[in-house]
Design a protein around this ligand. Structure first.
Ligand code: NI
Length: 224
C-alpha cells in the first residue's frame, strides 16, 4: 500500500531547490534506467555531477531521513541518492517495475520502498500522475510540492504523459530493515497505536505492554 508523507520539505527548502533547478543541467533519463525500464522512460534527469544536484540531494535525503513518518513507515537501513527527474510536455514514464538491486558494486542495496518527493505544485502542470498498481486497483498520486509518497518498489507503476507545464520530482529508494511490506505495515500501525498510548496514558500497563510487543516484533523481523 502506498502512503503519503506530508511536509518533507519546508517552503524555504522548496525555494532553495527551485533556485538550483532554474540553473540545472539535464540529461536523458534513459541512461539511469534498468534494462526493462529503459525503453519506457521519456524524462530528463539532473546531472549528478553538478553542484545544483549535490545541494538538492543533500537537502532532500536529510529531510526525508529525519522525517518521523518516513522512519516509522520505512524503517530504513539504506537510502539511495535522490534522482531529480523532470517531465516536460509529451514526456512520461511507461508502466514498469523498478530494479530489485540498485547501487554501484561496492554499495549495493535492495529496493524495498520507492519514494517520490514532489517538487512542482500540482496546479503548475497537467498530466504527470504517478499511477501505482495496488491490491485494490490503480491509485493516482499527485501531491503538493514538498510532500512525498512511499510505496512498495515491487509495485507496477507509471508516470502518465505531461500535457502542460513541468513536473519535477525526486525519486529515491530505500532498503528497509524489514523486507516484507506487510510486516512493515503492521509495525507502522502498531507504532501509531504505541505513540497514541504514550500521549494519552503514558503510565498505564497497556502502554508498557504495547511498547514491549512493538520492540519484540521489530527484533523478530528486522535484519541489520
Ligand atoms: Ni519506477
Amino acid at each position: 500500500m502506498q502512503s503519503n508523507i506530508k511536509h518533507v520539505l519546508s517552503a524555504t527548502d522548496l525555494e532553495t531547490i527551485r533556485t538550483h533547478i532554474a540553473t540545472a543541467q539535464w540529461q536523458s533519463g534513459a541512461a539511469s534506467a534498468g534494462a526493462s525500464a529503459r525503453s519506457k522512460k521519456a524524462n530528463e534527469e539532473m546531472d549528478q555531477g553538478s553542484e545544483s544536484w549535490k545541494a538538492i540531494n543533500q537537502l532532500v535525503v536529510t529531510q526525508l531521513y529525519s522525517h518521523p513518518v518516513f522512519q516509522s513507515m520505512v524503517l530504513p537501513l539504506k537510502v539511495s541518492a535522490a534522482f531529480v527527474s523532470r517531465c516536460l510536455p509529451g514526456m512520461h514514464y511507461g508502466r514498469h517495475i523498478d530494479d530489485p538491486i540498485m547501487g554501484s558494486l561496492n554499495s549495493r542495496y535492495r529496493s524495498d520502498v520507492a519514494v517520490t518527493v514532489f517538487l512542482s505544485e500540482p496546479d503548475t502542470y497537467d498530466g504527470g500522475e504517478l499511477k501505482i498498481q495496488s491490491r485494490f486497483g490503480p491509485v493516482s498520486v499527485k501531491l503538493p510540492a514538498g510532500s512525498a509518497v512511499a510505496y512498495p518498489a515491487s509495485s507496477l507503476h507509471e508516470v502518465t504523459p505531461v500535457t502542460r507545464g513541468e513536473r519535477v520530482v525526486c525519486a529515491l529508494w530505500a532498503q528497509s530493515m524489514v523486507r516484507d511490506a506487510q510486516q512493515r505495515e503492521l509495525l507502522h500501525d502498531l507504532d501509531e497505536a504505541r505513540q497514541a498510548l504514550h500521549q494519552s496514558t503514558p503510565k498505564a500497563q497497556i502502554t508498557t505492554q504495547i511498547e514491549q510487543v512493538y520492540a519484540n516484533l521489530l527484533r523478530l523481523w528486522a535484519d541489520v
